[in-house]
Design a protein around this ligand. Structure first.
Ligand code: ADP
Length: 303
């Protein structure tokens, strides 16, 4: 069985149902990708690599991962910290506002808390958020791990997912994002991320920036417009079927990545993988929240 390790932070998600009631679940960019990847590829071992606290919400999260069949071999307990949390408020016009309580969460201590090593990993996935929440010493530790994994033949996948407020300043973000690109075998640079972080205004500018990093597969999503993939010197443009009634775009990119990688790990071609990723994303944006129920998901995507 192929083994995929996904590194990052999952938080408690609170969403207002009405003025008085909150719905609770668990979400975070890398976790969303883990969930959709596993749902699409039962034959792949998907392990989430993070730290959680000793609080009851951390226990509930562990249980939830079990329900999603996500492996917890690399989930560590940082007893002095809690799980991070965020709240989404949707106003009567459907506009969403987010508030976060994630500073100093357990996940920010993952590399300080981990014991042992990651072994027999075929693919390792992380994002700009996974990097942003760490201090410099832990970022260095992460790059040592990436070096070791690469030397063992593990493929590295990176999605920059730039969140300005998690970084000290844009220079710091650019430095670490470029370092992550330099390790990547597959990258998912986002148009919005590259516009804010590097001032790139089109796909060609993104490809030009990434050229020196020699990334085997560069996948650029662009909403309903289509997906561009550059593999070696081949450039694929994969159309996306527009969803007319979008309910909630939260986790669209994460879901796409999960579907794309599930297909690639199962031997799918670049174009098959991009089409399948788009199908998974189209399903997720037709339902509210980051993680849709399994029942609804499998009514669109065959298990
Ligand atoms: P991100 O969420 O990372 O900013 P995008 O907005 O490009 O990324 O969306 C990710 C994927 O979600 C797209 O590649 C596409 O497959 C799908 N998607 C987003 N918006 C739509 C839409 N209106 N119709 C169909 N698919 C969409």
């Amino acid at each position: 069985m192929k083994k995929m390790v996904i590194f990052g932070e999952c938080m408690v998600e609170l969403v207002n149902r009405d003025q008085e009631n909150l719905a609770k679940s668990f979400a975070g960019d890398t976790y969303n990708t883990a969930v959709y990847l596993k749902r699409c590829a039962k034959n792949i071992s998907v392990q989430y690599f993070t730290a959680i606290g000793a609080d009851f919400l951390s226990d509930e999260f562990l249980f939830r991962m079990g329900e999603e069949e996500i492996g917890t071999d690399y989930v560590y307990r940082c007893r002095a910290r809690n799980l991070g949390l965020y709240m989404v408020r949707t106003d009567k016009h459907g506009e969403r506002t987010f508030a976060y309580w994630r500073n100093g969460s357990a996940a920010t201590q993952t590399l300080n808390t981990m014991t042992g090593k990651l072994v027999d990993v075929d693919m390792f996935y992380f994002s700009g958020i996974s990097l942003a929440i760490l201090d410099d010493a832990q970022r260095e530790k992460l790059f040592v791990i990436l070096d070791e994994l690469k030397s063992q033949g593990c493929r590295i996948v990176f999605d920059p997912n730039y969140r300005e407020r998690l970084w000290m300043n844009p220079e710091e973000a650019r430095k670490w994002t470029d370092r992550a690109y330099s390790m990547a075998d597959i990258a998912f640079p986002g148009g919005d991320d590259h516009l804010t972080l590097y001032g790139h205004t089109d796909t060609d500018a993104i490809f030009a920036h990434l050229a020196p990093f020699d990334i085997g597969e560069v996948v650029v999503k662009n909403g309903a417009i289509g997906v561009h993939v550059l593999q070696e010197n081949a450039h694929y443009i994969v159309p996306v079927e527009r969803v007319e009634k979008v309910v909630d775009t939260t986790a669209a990119g994460d879901a796409f990545n999960g579907g794309y990688l599930a297909s690639r790990l199962s031997g799918g071609s670049i174009t098959d993988a991009a089409s399948f990723g788009a199908k998974v994303a189209a399903t997720v944006i037709s339902y509210p929240g980051a993680i849709m129920t399994k029942e609804a998901f499998f009514s669109h995507i065959a298990p």
